[in-house]
Design a protein around this ligand. Structure first.
Ligand code: TYD
Length: 222
C-alpha cells in the first residue's frame, strides 16, 4: 500500500509549475511532512541520461512513438528506483511533470495516439497514477515570452527539443492538458497560471488540504 502521497505538476512551458511545486514542498516540510521533489524526464541517474538525449532532439527524427518509449524507459526507472521507495517510506513525492505530459506532448504532433501511450503505460507501470495532479493553464503566447526571458537570464541561446516547437504545437498541448483535466476531474485541478505566484500557491495549498483532509499528520489540518 502507498503510504505517502504522489502529487504531480503539469502544464505547458513557462507556466510556473516548477516554482509552484518547490513552494508546495517547502510548505509541506514546514508542516512536518517529509517530501521528495523530483522531475521528468529525469529524477534518477539513468533517467537523467535519457533526458539529455530526448531534450537534445536526437530522438525526434525517429518519431513520437519512439520518444514515448524513451520517456517510458526513463519513467520506469524513476518510478521503481525513486518514487515507489519514497512513497513506501511515507514521504510525499512532488513531481514536476509525469505521464500527463506524455499524453499532452506526444499526441500534440499527431505522431502517437492516446491508445498507444495508455498501452505502454499499462505494460510499464500497471496503471500507476498520481493521487493528485495540478495542471497549470496559460496562453502559450504569454508563456513563450516567459521562456525566452528565462533563457536570456540563464545566458542560454538554444531552446530545447520542445521549446523550439511552433506556436500551433503549444496551443495543441494546452488543449490536450485542458482535455486531460476535464476527463480526470477526480484527480486533476486546473490552475489559472496567469495569476500572481502567491495566489496560485494559496490555491494549491487549499486543494492539498481539502484532498488530504483526513491525512493523519495534524499540521496539515491546523
Ligand atoms: P523541462 O526543461 O523540464 O521543461 P519545463 O521546465 O517546461 O518542465 O523539459 C521537459 C520537456 O519535455 C518539456 O518541453 C515537456 C517535455 N516532455 C514531453 O514531451 N513528454 C513527457 O512525457 C515529459 C515528462 C516531458
Amino acid at each position: 500500500m502507498r503510504l505517502g502521497k504522489f502529487i504531480t505538476f503539469e502544464g505547458g512551458e513557462g507556466s510556473g509549475k516548477s516554482t509552484q511545486s518547490k513552494l508546495l514542498c517547502e510548505w509541506l516540510e514546514n508542516n512536518d511532512i517529509q517530501t521528495c521533489w523530483t522531475r521528468e524526464p529525469g529524477g534518477t541517474p539513468a533517467a537523467e541520461i535519457l533526458r539529455e538525449v530526448i531534450l537534445s532532439g536526437a530522438a525526434s527524427p525517429f518519431g513520437a512513438e519512439f520518444e514515448v518509449l524513451m520517456f517510458y524507459a526513463a519513467r520506469m526507472d524513476h518510478v521503481n528506483q525513486l518514487i515507489i521507495p519514497k512513497l513506501n517510506k511515507r514521504d510525499w513525492v512532488i513531481c514536476d511533470r509525469f505521464y500527463d505530459s506524455t499524453t499532452a506532448y506526444q499526441t500534440a504532433s499527431g505522431g502517437a495516439s492516446k491508445a498507444f501511450i495508455d498501452s505502454v503505460h499499462n505494460i510499464c507501470l500497471q496503471g500507476f497514477k498520481p493521487d493528485l495532479t495540478f495542471i497549470f493553464d496559460i496562453d502559450p503566447e504569454i508563456a513563450r515570452d516567459r521562456v525566452l526571458s528565462r533563457a536570456a537570464l540563464r545566458g542560454e541561446t538554444v531552446l530545447d527539443r520542445f521549446e523550439s516547437e511552433g506556436m500551433d504545437f503549444h496551443k495543441t498541448v494546452r488543449e490536450q492538458f485542458q482535455q486531460i483535466g476535464l476527463e480526470n476531474a477526480d484527480r486533476c485541478h486546473i490552475i489559472d497560471a496567469e495569476q500572481p505566484i502567491e495566489l496560485m500557491q494559496q490555491q494549491v495549498q487549499e486543494i492539498v488540504k481539502t484532498t488530504f483532509l483526513t491525512y493523519e499528520i495534524s499540521g496539515l489540518n491546523a
